[in-house]
Design a protein around this ligand. Structure first.
Ligand code: UTP
Length: 287
């Protein structure tokens, strides 16, 4: 079945980026001049997704405004004959069919995904975390969708992480099936290094099937008192095969200070209009 829909959870409190994330959703912080969330929506669209549900929450109205028309601004640009900026706005507004629903309380990623139950209905779907951005030759979500199309079962996007980072992620226990594809035996959310079954971490992209919703409905809070998606996928292992795909590409956790900084620097360094001057500046700075 074709993957047509995706969910982008963006209702978290973003406490790691306070005070910046107090009034501005962290998903709207700019990477050079493009909000994190716009980069994620673009990845979804480039992966063939047709309908996007963004899970929002309190104080997140900037998200809906960004993907909507702004008549006053557009009139102003039109009067000035600024077609470059008008085109930019037009592209954003017409990027995709975007829908919104609110997670009343940020009870965890698993709870945020459960808010998508009605929207998804009875078809497989992708999840793109609202603060994880990727730089890849082939869109990461497309890589996972291709894997889903081969195995017709849920696929988790994974990459190897440093030992010091293992306690930040969901970690899988696996069997290798083919280059970059693994059968998931088990998984554990934020393990201590000594309890970690591997160094392969689930990093911000998933393709799941609707069975996950029944499990999420009964899922008890886990690590941090939050309803964890990893715990629900672990329960899914009892009834379904689940695969992991080690995707090509570099991932940036823009919800952390260091991840956000790395994203800005690296995205600026590949921008035609900025790279030369910025590179010179960095070199001089580091001398
Ligand atoms: P994070 O764990 O990175 O988000 O969730 P957070 O809770 O906002 O982070 P900190 O620790 O307080 O800084 C990954 C994604 O899931 C969303 C977040 O918005 C983020 O895009 N999320 C998380 C929700 O939508 N709802 C939640 O209850 C939790």
């Amino acid at each position: 079945m074709k993957i047509r829909k995706c969910v982008i959870p963006a209702a978290g409190l973003g406490t790691r980026l306070l005070p910046a994330s107090k009034a501005v959703p962290k998903e709207m912080l700019p990477v050079v001049d493009t909000p994190v969330l716009e980069l994620i929506v673009k990845e979804a669209v480039d992966s063939g997704i047709e309908e996007i549900l963004i899970i929002t929450g309190r104080d997140k109205s900037a998200i809906e405004n960004h993907f909507d028309n702004n008549i006053e601004l557009e009139d102003h640009l039109l009067k000035k004959n600024d077609h470059i900026n008008l085109d930019k706005i037009d592209k954003i507004v017409n990027m995709a069919r975007i829908f919104y629903t609110r997670q009343n309380k940020p009870l965890g990623l698993g709870h945020a995904i459960l808010c998508a139950k009605e929207f998804i209905g009875n078809e497989p779907f992708a999840i793109l975390l609202g603060d994880d951005i990727m730089r890849a030759k082939k869109p990461v979500t497309k890589q996972l969708i291709d894997c889903f199309n081969t195995y017709n079962a849920p696929v988790l996007g994974v990459q190897e992480v440093d030992e010091s980072d293992i306690n930040k992620y969901g970690i899988i226990d696996y069997e290798k099936i083919e280059e970059d594809t693994f059968f998931v035996n088990d998984m554990i959310e934020k393990p201590k290094l000594e309890n970690a079954p591997s160094n392969k971490a689930i990093l911000g992209r998933y393709v799941l099937t609707p069975e996950i919703f029944d499990i999420l409905e009964n899922q008890k809070p886990g690590v941090g008192g939050e309803i964890q998606l990893t715990d629900a996928i672990r329960n899914l292992l009892d009834i379904q095969k689940v695969y992991a795909y080690q995707f090509e590409g570099k991932r940036y956790d823009t919800g952390s200070k260091i991840g956000y900084l790395k994203a800005i620097v690296e995205f600026a360094l590949v921008r035609e209009d900025l790279s030369e001057e910025f590179e010179q500046y960095l070199k001089a700075l580091l001398k």
